[in-house]
Write a protein that binds this ligand. Structure first.
Ligand code: IFM
Length: 460
């Protein structure tokens, strides 16, 4: 199978995680409370009352975890830093133990020959900043700059890839419009303020990260799925346009200097979420700050989203993703498996947005299935998912997309936000009772795949 893929020399193969999803140690060694600590400790917010208090216990097991990554042949590891571990109150006093933890982790990775890709913000805002207004307030963007400065001064001599934010659209909409993520707000006007401050904080830190980390590359990760209408009809096309605009173009367009998309502004004005004069939190100079050139864009791709306007057929609810057609084509999250969508998304970012460099910073699937008696897991569906997406990535590269690396989501089964531990995205099985890690068949397949790619590079 590996013969069918052709990836350029130097292509990076890795795996990704995030702080709140794996670290645990939620209140140890001076760490401050995060909005996810508060949210998961609030009854009714997370399935089965699960929390990230212990999670994969990576905070204590990080050395074992790095050894496992090395054994699997990973060339890079994308992880995020817990802001309240570094600055417990969000700004001001620094927690040395927090910095030491990430310092050791980075050194451990480098000693193991694994390149660290560091995400600054993967959703665990210090609760203290939430109490002062959170992302709807401009002051949180200012605090982010302070945090980025503290962190990059400490790690900037060794970290070569910085990602400012992970999926700002999810922070904006899932957390502040749908209310399903911390801090659980349900208001579109607030969500749009959040989006602006996330983008602004990104723009304000790019040059700072470059200064503190000379030679490093700086980017941002967006979630971009493949949104299409179910039919050529105008009603379906309009639904797909609205979704694509709200979730993807609202972030992509300002990052490349096009400002907020006019059609989406019009949608929000029509709904009353924005006044006719537009977003009130945009100050002079903000849009230029957001459009600062980046070195790469990270893209998290999971699925195709097909839109059918049932209202047009007199059938509510209006917006739907197509119902499952056949069981194997869907993951346990209910997400369609559609590798070709990755090809289209990468091509789009290359052609429409002229991104200088791309990384797939997340791609993967949730399938349960425990460790078998022989210590292995039957994980064929995940292998098929990954193989299909690798082929799509290779095809995008063949058509010019500047894709430089791929990170499977996730290295471990972990805390899947509002789903708690009910969804397993890992290539490594985690027993949440004992903390034991068991590589699934997909991890062993990935190990062989990476090895075969390296062999091919040597032959070239
Ligand atoms: O687990 C999440 C991750 O934190 C962000 N991207 C999507 C993943 C799967 O839902």
């Amino acid at each position: 199978m590996t013969e069918t893929f052709d990836f350029p020399a130097g292509f990076v193969w890795g795996a990704a995680t995030s702080s709140y999803q794996i670290e645990g140690a939620w209140d140890e060694d001076g760490k401050g409370e995060s909005i996810w600590d508060r949210f998961s400790h609030t009854p009714g917010r997370v399935r089965d009352g699960d929390t990230g208090d212990v999670a994969c216990d990576h905070y204590h097991r990080w050395a074992e975890d790095v050894a496992l990554m090395q054994a699997l042949g990973l060339q890079a590891y994308r992880f995020s830093v817990s802001w309240p571990r570094i600055l417990p109150a969000g700004r001001g006093a620094v927690n040395p133990a927090g910095l030491d933890f990430y310092d050791r982790l980075v050194d451990g990775l480098l000693d193991a020959g694994i390149e660290p890709f560091v995400t600054l913000y993967h959703w665990d805002l210090p609760q203290a900043l939430q109490d002062e207004g959170g992302w709807p307030a401009r002051s949180t963007a200012e605090a982010f700059v302070e945090y980025a400065d503290v962190l990059s001064r400490r790690l900037g001599d060794r970290v070569t890839h910085w990602i400012t934010h992970n999926e700002p659209a999810v922070t904006a909409y899932t957390a502040h419009f749908h209310g399903a993520h911390a801090p659980g707000v349900r208001d579109m006007a607030t969500a749009l303020r959040v989006a602006h401050h996330l983008l602004l904080s990104h723009g304000w830190t790019v040059e700072l990260l470059r200064r503190n980390s000379p030679g490093a590359e700086v980017g941002i990760t967006l979630n971009v799925n493949y949104s299409v209408p179910a039919s050529p009809g105008a009603a379906d096309a309009n639904l797909a346009r609205r979704h694509d605009g709200m979730w993807y173009r609202w972030f992509l367009d300002p990052l490349v200097g096009h400002g907020y998309p006019a059609d989406v502004v019009a949608d929000r004005v029509a709904e009353g979420a924005l006044p006719p004069e537009g977003l009130d939190v945009v100050h002079p100079g903000d849009m230029a700050a957001i459009a600062v050139p980046i070195d790469f864009m990270g893209v998290n791709y999971y699925r195709r989203e097909v839109f059918r306007d049932r209202a047009a057929a007199g059938n509510l609810p209006q917006v739907v993703f197509e119902p499952p057609q056949s069981a194997p084509a869907w993951t346990e999250m209910g997400w369609e498996i559609y590798p070709e969508g990755l090809y289209h998304v990468l091509r789009r970012l290359h052609q429409e947005y002229q991104m200088p460099k791309l990384y797939v910073t997340e791609n993967g699937c949730s399938f349960s299935g425990g460790a078998g008696a022989d210590g292995r897991t039957n994980d064929r569906r995940r292998i098929d998912y990954l193989a299909g997406h690798f082929a799509a990535a290779a095809q995008a590269i063949a058509h010019g997309a500047p894709l430089a690396g791929y990170f499977v989501w996730s290295l471990f089964d972990n805390f899947e936000w509002a789903h708690g531990y009910a969804q397993r995205f890992g290539i490594v099985w985690v027993d949440f009772e004992t903390g034991e890690r068991i590589p699934k068949e997909s991890a062993l397949w990935y190990q062989r795949f990476i090895f075969a790619q390296s062999e091919k590079e040597i032959e070239k």
